[in-house]
Design a binder for this molecule. Structure first.
Ligand code: FES
Length: 177
């Protein structure tokens, strides 16, 4: 799947461009530059890698090679609702891999991907420190413990209700202005 930059991300890329000029043109700055790009844009689009390569005057293949070596960097935009499934030992024993599969099936994407509308992304994570609640899933900032396949649908219903409520509040505020 190819993800174009949203207008918001284009602005963030411009901000990164400005920050980039504060880095000395030295190869040793490559990782701090990539970290800065990811901090600004939330992931590393190809355009950010090209800018880093141009600034340091090194081949894009070298930038890509370094970026992919470290698992702190992501190359796919996170969804508006990032879904993280814990596959730490306690959760794995309680079949969190099946929960992960349920989310994947529901969204039609695989772990590490984002839906085309950028609403949801799914990824596996290591222990999030709530083993007593295993299996655990995080959706945005919300933690869902003692997950089961039947709870997956409920999470999407809840998100839908929240979205509709916030739309209603937004349109009420607009009509009051
Ligand atoms: S293993 Fe999942 S919260 Fe610890």
């Amino acid at each position: 799947m190819v993800y174009g930059l949203t207008p918001e991300e284009k602005e963030k890329l411009e901000r990164f461009k400005t920050k980039l000029s504060t880095f000395e043109k030295n190869r040793k700055n490559l990782i701090p530059i990539l970290q800065s790009a990811q901090q600004e844009i939330a992931y590393l689009p190809g355009q950010a890698l090209e800018l880093a390569a141009g600034h340091l005057d090194i081949p894009i293949s070298e930038v890509y090679g370094v970026a992919t070596f470290y698992n702190q960097f992501r190359f796919i935009p996170p969804g508006k609702y990032p879904i993280k499934i814990c596959l730490g030992t306690a959760c794995h024993i309680k079949s969190s891999d099946i929960i992960l599969e349920n989310f994947e099936r529901k969204l039609g994407i695989k772990e590490g991907q984002t839906t085309e509308d950028r609403q949801f992304s799914v990824e596996r994570v290591a222990c999030v420190g709530c083993c007593a609640l295993a299996p655990v899933a995080l959706v945005g900032d919300a933690l869902y413990g003692k997950m089961s396949p039947s709870k997956v649908e409920g999470i999407f219903t809840r998100i839908q209700v929240e979205k509709e409520m916030s739309l209603r509040v937004h349109s009420e505020n607009e009509s009051n202005q």
